[in-house]
Design a protein around this ligand. Structure first.
Ligand code: PLP
Length: 233
């Protein structure tokens, strides 16, 4: 068995345990494999071990892998900052965009989504802790932003993505996750297409699931530490 397969099995076990703790059914939390900096071969191994959802942060790097892995059944999620000159590549190659936080970018993605492809699934990135100079829509602006997004053709609003303040204080982490979950539930009441709360990474996955995450984004725990050697950035 490959190391990746072993780690994948162990992560899935942890997810199931956290689902049990939270009285949630198995399968209520999806696993997104965050594969930035890792070569296509590594992703292929993970896919052969059963992983279907992959998240990428850099467009150029992702396009190379998407082309190399075109023979596989992979759902591609874009989770990095979006420059306007990259929206066309994103709109034509990805199934999901989780890092949406500007209307202009959303409009470009909507215009550039090819008509023969299904709607692009989008999550709004929320700056849940109101941190200065951090990506994401402020919680206070979420509902007016969501309304604008919901009017665009070729996009479908699926939910929220959050990256909380970096801290090891579990109390603080729970507060951020709870805030996100409350916003998510309100949003889902208003928009029936909303079913995804993307929160939790390698270090805080368990807490995130206990507080209502429906998708965890896992890089390090699955692929190992990202080093300069495998990094393009
Ligand atoms: C890199 C990244 C992750 C994965 O982080 P790990 O700590 O390696 O699990 C998750 N989400 C986003 C937005 C990222 O950029």
């Amino acid at each position: 068995m490959t190391d990746i397969k072993k780690r994948l099995i162990s992560i899935k076990k942890s997810i199931h345990r956290a689902e049990d703790t939270a009285n949630r059914s198995h399968g209520s939390v999806e696993l997104l494999a965050v594969s930035k900096t890792w070569a296509a071969d590594t992703l292929r191994q993970a896919n052969q071990a059963g992983q279907r959802l992959f998240g990428e942060n850099y467009v150029q790097e992702a396009l190379k892998k998407i082309t190399e892995l075109i023979d596989l059944n992979i759902e591609w999620h874009f989770i990095g900052p979006i420059q306007s000159n990259k929206t066309k590549d994103i709109a034509t190659h990805f199934h999901w965009v989780q890092s949406l936080d500007r209307l202009k970018i959303a409009q470009r993605l909507a215009q550039q989504r090819p008509k023969n492809m299904p709607d692009l699934n989008v999550c709004i990135q929320v700056n849940i802790d109101n941190e200065t100079s951090k990506s994401g829509i402020l919680p206070a602006e979420l509902f007016s932003f969501a309304q604008q997004i919901s009017k665009l053709d070729n996009l479908i609003l699926r939910g929220l993505m959050i990256i909380p303040t970096k801290t090891t204080d579990q109390k603080q982490q729970r507060i951020s996750f709870k805030k996100a979950c409350t916003l998510f539930e309100k949003l889902a009441e208003k928009y029936p297409s909303v079913d995804t709360l993307s929160m939790g990474m390698s270090a805080d996955m368990i807490l995130a699931i206990e507080e209502g995450s429906t998708m965890v984004r896992i890089g390090t725990a699955l692929f190992g530490e990202r080093t300069l050697r495998n990094s393009n950035k």
